[in-house]
Design a protein around this ligand. Structure first.
Ligand code: NDP
Length: 330
């Protein structure tokens, strides 16, 4: 028997999360059984620990959209017992039981080997949020983002994706302008490499202006909503915004078509969920070279399974700083 955070729904439709003992036979069938070392807390996990937000298919459910651990048994030639592996995405923790347990069973194609140069804990300090930040930076570079074109904006900067994006961009030599609604996190963000802290209020109003003065050479946007609407109008000619999330709203409010026509701005959608194996490996390799490990450590808030019901609610309110790393054996 082993520990898992089980989320269940009562007859009134209310969800309850608690750490319980389950056995291997309770896990869904799949080719590879992994003994998990660490998982993490992402925004989606907050939804899945709570009412589900339409993500959870069946109850009872084990959330946890990512994990790192050691293969215990494998019916697939690609993995053998003892191999260190990482999982992000593939609707694990949503449609399939996830990483908030001491063991998981998953398909071999969903895994990648633990990248050389990273421990399980470091890989989960990066986690899905950090992988997505890397994918966003790679997409902006593919579109021609360059260091001498001016500052690059990161929104939701004190959150998981924003923190990693800030540290990677700064390491690569970009001037990073970090948008936060938490002025008390200014020192934290400067420590990650941000050159400027921009208050969230600067982007809070919907304006009717078709364009604003050109400021940003690129943007990693974790917020959407009114913020993204304003950011688009401030992008420099021919630049791109990598939209990765919607912590501030699912619509692009107040946006007009003018930035796209008159400034040739590109809006790139980034999704980490169904990334093919080659892309995941490429992004993990870039993380090893482009994310300073001392900065990564500064982002980490350690947790254990029983902390997750409270932390899951906190992340939905935008109150979590950096990356929560969950020691499932703690
Ligand atoms: P976090 O909660 O860690 O960070 C989000 C940050 O956004 C907060 O810390 C806060 O930053 C800011 N924020 C929150 N609410 C608001 C608001 N109402 N208005 C403006 N800013 C707000 O979440 P993650 O970084 O893990 O994820 C961010 C988003 O990215 C989520 O929507 C998530 O679902 C999505 N995501 C998408 C992925 C993909 O593959 N596309 C992968 C991972 C995440 P501050 O306090 O600094 O202002």
């Amino acid at each position: 028997m082993f520990n898992a955070l089980i989320v269940d729904k009562d007859e009134d439709g209310k969800t309850h999360a608690a750490v319980k003992q389950i056995g291997l036979d309770d896990l869904p069938h799949a080719e590879v059984t992994v003994a998990i070392d660490y998982s993490t807390l992402n925004y989606k996990d907050g939804l899945c620990i709570g009412p589900g937000g339409g993500l959870v298919r069946h109850y009872p459910h084990v959330p946890g959209i990512d994990f790192a651990g050691t293969v215990e048994a494998s019916e697939d030639d690609r993995y053998k017992p003892g191999d260190k592996v990482v999982l992000t995405g593939w609707r694990v923790g949503e449609a399939h039981w996830g990483g908030y347990a001491q063991k998981a069973r998953v398909k071999a194609e969903w895994l990648v080997p633990l990248p050389e140069g990273l421990s399980s804990r470091q890989a989960m300090a990066v986690g899905t949020a950090g992988l997505t930040a890397m994918l966003a930076v790679m997409a902006l570079e593919d579109q021609g983002m360059e260091k001498d074109h001016g500052p690059v904006l990161v929104t939701g900067a004190a959150g998981g994706v924003g923190s990693v994006a800030t540290a990677i961009l700064a390491r690569l030599g970009y001037e990073v302008a970090a948008v936060t609604g938490r002025p008390e996190q200014a020192d934290y963000l400067k420590g990650l490499g941000a050159s400027t802290i921009v208050p969230r209020e600067d982007f809070a109003e919907v304006t009717r202006k078709p364009l604003e003065s050109e400021q940003w050479a690129g943007c990693v946007d974790a917020v959407g909503g009114v913020m993204l609407g304003r950011v688009l109008k401030q992008m420099k000619y021919g630049t791109s915004v990598a939209a990765i999330g919607l912590a501030g709203g699912a619509a692009i409010e107040g946006a007009l078509i003018t930035p796209f026509i008159l400034r040739g701005v590109n809006l790139l959608g980034i999704d980490s969920v169904m990334q093919p194996y080659e892309n995941r490996v490429r992004a993990w390799n870039r993380i090893v070279t482009d994310l300073p490990m001392d900065k990564l450590e500064a982002m980490v808030q350690p947790a254990i399974l029983s902390d997750l019901p409270k932390l899951g609610s906190d992340i939905l309110k935008g109150q979590v700083k950096g990356r929560v790393v969950v020691d499932v054996n703690g």
